[in-house]
Design a protein around this ligand. Structure first.
Ligand SMILES: NC(=O)c1ccc[n+]([C@@H]2O[C@H](COP(=O)([O-])OP(=O)(O)OC[C@H]3O[C@@H](n4cnc5c(N)ncnc54)[C@H](OP(=O)(O)O)[C@@H]3O)[C@@H](O)[C@H]2O)c1
Length: 337
């Protein structure tokens, strides 16, 4: 196969300091590391990718995401299989990949062709296009995994409202949409209260201005929430844990505000609150398949079109990354390949 384009992140040294730098390189399949072993390699002609917070950190150099250099960025991709020696897949089949170390430890989705191990690949669920799969992407998969885990842990709408933080972002917005579709009352805690119309369209019942929110001061406060989907970490997460009801589930997904968490054991031992760690990268294949099955059926976001704020061509994706790093983005960005 001839050369094609890919966004690769390189390790560079500037004034004696180690940094990363993203470049739009011409590469060949031989340049790519798939992480595949014998008989499980799948080559995908990419149609769509998307932008997640982690991708922005990698491309902008604001965070160290890659564990090998150079590394093609992009943690998600959807497209068509062009060749494979993995008997589970066939040429011409539409597939998707999210997480699975793509764009971190193996070459990722911001390329015209992507080479991956079969274990990372999910056959495109019926009724979902490759474009819709990437409108969902890691953001939607992570939101769905959180909802799935909360429900497995007996979360019901009767327990009270679910607080969702970072709701104008990808994970938060998709969580709002899925939870409201399932009949939960969703309160969106946002730093962008002017986006109330958008958040209500997604299904939020109440919009809470994060900057005016009074944070819990004691280990246990008056119960406000049946459960929580948190993308921010830090003192807001501590506060929400102290306000969660008996047996409620708090899904910890992100660190957009802080990686720290100060809490006490009181909510856990006196209210039986469950803190659920959500990691979308290394999810066993049967769970990944189940979550995508749900994403195509009862968890299918019904406001995907409203959530897709824009499409950017592969060559220009670097132009929008700073908005993610600054937290000013609303909705999802698709990358057209
Ligand atoms: N655990 C996992 O496997 C997993 C998977 C995907 C993502 N994540 C993490 O989940 C978080 C959200 O990811 P995403 O892709 O949805 O990101 P995103 O689209 O960039 O959205 C993040 C949202 O968080 C809020 N925010 C951003 N910066 C902030 C800051 N400094 N302080 C307070 N709030 C801030 C903003 O929402 P408002 O203005 O509405 O408050 C923003 O829209 C990130 O931390 C990401 O790394 C984790």
């Amino acid at each position: 196969m001839t050369a094609f384009n890919a966004w690769r992140v390189h390790a560079v040294e500037v004034d004696g300091k180690k940094k990363t730098e993203a470049r739009f390189d011409s590469v060949t399949l031989e340049d790519l590391d798939s992480g595949a072993t014998e008989n499980n390699e799948v080559v995908i002609k990419a149609a769509w990718s998307d932008i997640n917070y982690k991708d922005a950190l990698a491309i902008s150099g604001a965070g160290r995401i890659m564990r090998k250099f150079p590394c093609v960025a992009g943690i998600d991709v959807a497209g068509t299989v062009v060749s494979t020696n993995d008997s589970r897949f066939s040429e011409g089949q539409e597939v998707l990949v999210t997480g699975c170390n793509l764009g971190e430890a193996v070459d990722g989705g911001y390329a015209e062709y992507v080479k991956v191990a079969g274990e990372a690949v999910i056959a495109l669920p019926e009724g979902i296009s490759t474009r819709e799969a990437m409108a969902i992407g890691t953001a939607g998969f992570t939101a769905a995994l959180a909802v799935h885990r909360m429900q497995q842990n007996a979360q019901t709408p009767e327990m009270g409202p679910i607080a969702v933080t970072g709701p104008t972002g990808g994970v938060g917005g998709l969580a709002v949409n899925m939870l409201s579709k399932l009949g939960f009352e969703v309160h969106a805690i946002t730093g962008k209260p002017d986006q109330d119309g958008y958040l209500k369209t997604l299904g939020a019942m109440e919009i809470v201005n994060r900057n005016e929110l009074e944070l819990a001061k004691r280990p246990l406060e008056k119960v406000k929430w049946g459960g929580v989907v948190d993308n921010l970490g830090g003192e807001l997460l501590s506060s929400l844990i102290a306000e969660t009801c008996d047996g409620g589930n708090v899904a910890s997904i992100g660190l957009a505000a802080s990686h720290s968490l100060e809490t006490t054991v009181m909510p856990f031992i006196l209210r039986g609150v469950n803190l659920l760690g959500i990691n979308s990268v290394n999810v066993p294949l049967p769970v990944r398949m189940r979550v995508w099955e749900r994403l195509a059926t009862d968890l299918r976001p019904d406001q995907l079109d409203q959530m897709v704020a824009r499409e950017v061509p592969l060559a220009e994706l670097d132009k929008v990354m700073s908005e993610y790093v600054q937290g000013t983005v609303t909705g999802r960005t698709l990358v057209k390949i």
